[in-house]
Design a binder for this molecule. Structure first.
Ligand code: SF4
Length: 516
């Protein structure tokens, strides 16, 4: 007797699982009731800034961010939600990932934006550090939106820079000059008189200073910040010097005050930065659909009244109408301010007359197209003490710079230039006050080279999104800050005390600032 079950048939071929190639993210549970923290969607009132941030971030294309995620493995936080959290945090003055992470546990507005999820500090930091390219593209998207809404005026652009403190300590700043001096002091020490510990400390210091001198030479810098290579030694407006970043920004519109482009660097001054920021601005507007034929009008302060910037402005006058005011300190002889400056010498062709009325000897040609004259009879000159501390006064000049300087003076003397230039302060300074005072962002929270630029770009992206939110709420045809200044300027003297009582000090203060 057989109990045959018959031939066993092979199992049917397994249907291959069709995976959705699109990445999946944690679902938004902000509308669900959480037993402990409640329901963010109910807790956050209509019209709250968090809701406005969520709406405007929803308009951004984040596909480049989402493409970095795989459809396999555990689901992560939606990049759009993390971006919205960072934008809201930036606008409300929370800049450290630790604090933002804590807020996503307890703050209803943050939980609404995070999709009802807690986001860890590590996730927030990683997102910010790795998303520079996206932040730059998103800033461009804000310019695109502004152009589409008619908020960009190519004839009202201003450029300037702000200094932000680095997350690095001042102790980590090394200047080539000081390191060389310390090296010679250390090498002059008698090593035999030192104990083992002191010898080791001396050796370490020599290595550190040698490394600093070599790094400065390799990067053609006068100083480096050992813990943050993208920072430099900067002097801040309060007079203190320390590690910092120079952020050069172009913005448009007295009423709109939207950022168009930015550069992050470590230069101690603005010289030579006009060309890169103007070209970045031009590219941003071109990408946003502004015709290449539109001539941009750009105002910059005396910090750009330097050779490279003036020569660039003059060479590109057909494309960009650049207005730069000459500062009272814009002299060639910056190293010796006690001595006669450039304005005390008269230049006519290749003849230079010194303050004593004597024709100077020269010119001799130097590199870079520069010419040098030397004083004649300086030894017996009664003005010598005010003219030079050397045997003979040298006067150096670049004909290209002179021509560019004269062209800028001519442009600035034209009737429309002063009015237009005076709008510069109301266009660019509110961007910096918004960043430093309204958003409270004066110091970076990262020292990583990739993270520094990403963090600064994120803050300016948040600033632009905040401006777009405000501008969208303004009733059609409502006056901007510029119009407000004009109206109140007419009333100045009679009605301002009465207005102070009615509208309060902050409004009046703002009016005075803009009017200045
Ligand atoms: S010191 Fe020489 S260059 Fe200066 S004013 Fe006198 S003569 Fe002229």
């Amino acid at each position: 007797m057989t109990y045959g079950l018959g031939p066993v048939s092979p199992p049917p071929p397994r249907k291959p699982r069709r995976l959705d190639p699109r990445p999946h993210f944690l679902p938004d549970v902000s509308a669900q009731l959480d037993g402990i923290s409640g329901c963010p969607a109910l807790q956050v009132p209509d019209g709250h800034l968090a809701r406005k941030v969520r709406d405007i971030v929803a308009q951004l294309d984040v596909s480049s961010l989402e493409a970095k995620y795989s459809s396999l493995g555990r689901q992560g936080h939606a990049p759009r939600a993390v971006l919205a959290v960072w934008v809201y945090a930036s606008l409300t003055g929370v800049h450290h990932a630790t604090k933002v992470a804590a807020a996503t546990k307890t703050d209803a507005a943050f939980r609404l934006l995070s999709g009802g999820r807690e986001i860890s500090e590590a996730t927030l930091k990683r997102f910010r550090q790795q998303s520079l390219a996206f932040f730059q593209a998103a800033l461009q998207q804000t310019v695109d939106i502004a152009v589409a809404r008619g908020l960009i005026d190519p004839s009202a652009i201003a450029v300037d820079s702000v200094r932000l403190r680095s997350a690095a300590s001042t102790k980590s700043v090394r200047t080539a000059e000081r390191s060389k001096r310390r090296l010679s002091e250390l090498q002059a020490q008698d090593e035999s008189a030192l104990d083992d510990q002191a010898k080791a400390a001396r050796k370490r210091k020599i290595e550190d200073h040698n490394a600093a001198v070599e790094a400065c030479a390799a990067t053609d810098r006068t100083n480096i910040v050992t813990t943050c290579p993208s920072a430099g030694l900067l002097k801040f407006p309060d007079g203190a010097s320390g590690a910092g970043h120079r952020v050069t920004v172009s913005a448009t519109g007295v009423a709109e005050r939207l950022v168009l482009a930015l550069l992050v660097g470590y230069a101690s001054h603005d010289y030579g930065l006009l060309k890169p920021i103007v070209e970045a601005t031009h590219n941003a507007l071109e990408r946003a659909g502004v015709s290449e034929d539109v001539r941009l009008q750009i105002a910059g302060d005396a910090g750009y009244f330097s050779e490279n910037d003036l020569v660039f402005a003059e060479a590109n006058r057909s494309r960009f109408d650049v207005l730069i005011k000459e500062g009272s300190y814009a002299t060639e002889d910056r190293k010796a301010p006690k001595h006669f400056g450039r304005e005390a010498f008269t230049v006519e062709g290749e003849t230079v007359t010194c303050p004593a009325g004597r024709a100077m000897l020269g010119p001799k040609r130097k590199g870079g197209g520069r010419l040098v004259w030397r004083g004649e009879g300086c030894e017996s000159c009664p003005l010598r003490e005010r003219c030079t501390s050397s045997m003979q006064r040298a006067f150096e000049m670049s004909p290209a710079l002179e021509a560019a300087r004269q062209a800028m003076r001519t442009r600035m003397s034209q009737p429309d230039a002063k009015t237009r230039y005076n709008q510069r302060i109301a266009t660019i300074e509110p961007v910096f006050s918004g960043l430093e005072w309204a958003m409270g962002f004066r110091r970076l929270s990262t020292r990583h080279s990739a993270g520094v630029e990403a963090e600064i770009t994120l803050k300016l992206l948040a600033y632009n999104l905040g401006r777009l939110i405000e501008l969208a709420e303004r009733p059609a045809g409502a006056a901007g800050a510029g119009a407000g200044v004009r109206v109140l300027a007419c009333l100045h003297g009679e009605l301002i005390p009465a207005l102070s009582e009615r509208v309060g000090t902050p409004f009046i203060l703002r009016v005075y600032l803009d009017a200045a």
